[in-house]
Design a protein around this ligand. Structure first.
Ligand code: SF4
Length: 230
């Protein structure tokens, strides 16, 4: 093999090695940042957990959710991505599938009355504030009040510096993707950025900023060292 061939053969190995080091650096940085978020959550009477992997996150959620609990969710892709929804459906739990309830009001009331509500965040701040926007508002209303426990599954990709950054992420990253996902006719679904619209299809009817929980043990946030949701 000539020298040039040796170099060509080594190049993919070097690239893979560099990528592994970068991944490791990102993982370490996320782990340290998660501890800061958990501290912030504690100061706000909410409980934070760190999960290094999706599998750890799923196990942590199952540790928080008692067997026999009634559970609902509001469009929480992150809970699906970590395998939690499948585990709950297969296990000794009463998982209420809102799509299986024909009457929307009945589905709403069932969610409000559940033991556990699964949610993700559109964004979070480094000091533990949770930001969500909603069109129908079933999701934000259940986070604010109703279900006995709320379990958030949050990928570290959702963490922002402050509330301003979190709102920008919610409106310029999460909302355009969700608007496209649901085929909504909003400016952001066409341009990818928020135009502060008042379209009938807007998914920005209500903004919920969860900065403190008065109810001890109600809000649990599992921070996952992975990219989850939008
Ligand atoms: S206000 Fe309208 S344009 Fe802006 S993110 Fe919400 S739905 Fe999209």
């Amino acid at each position: 093999m000539v020298l040039g061939e040796n170099r060509a053969a080594a190049a993919p190995d070097m690239a893979a090695g560099k990528e592994r080091i970068m991944d490791e650096n990102i993982r370490k940085r996320n782990e340290m940042l998660a501890q800061k978020v958990i501290k912030g959550l504690k100061s706000r009477n909410m409980t934070g957990y760190y999960a290094a992997t999706k599998e750890e996150a799923c196990a942590q959620a199952l540790d928080i959710i008692s067997e026999g609990s009634s559970i609902t969710m509001g469009g929480c892709m992150s809970a699906i991505e970590i395998g939690l929804v499948d585990a709950l459906k297969a296990g000794p739990y009463n998982f209420i599938d809102r799509n299986a309830i024909a009457d929307p009001r009945e589905a709403l009331l069932a969610a409000y009355d559940a033991d556990v509500f699964l949610a993700s965040a559109n964004a979070m701040t480094e000091d533990g504030i949770i930001v969500n926007i909603d069109g129908n508002s079933n999701r934000v209303s259940c986070i604010a009040q109703g279900p006995k426990k709320v379990v958030f599954i949050v990928g570290m990709n959702k963490i922002c510096d402050d509330v301003d950054g979190a709102m920008k992420r919610a409106r310029n990253v999460a909302a355009p993707i969700n608007a496209q996902r649901f085929g909504l006719s909003t400016p952001c679904s066409k341009t990818g950025a928020c135009a502060d619209c008042k379209s009938i299809d807007t998914i920005c009817c209500q903004f919920l900023i969860t900065r403190f929980s008065r109810h001890e043990g109600r809000i649990h946030v599992i921070l996952v060292n992975d990219n989850l949701g939008f």
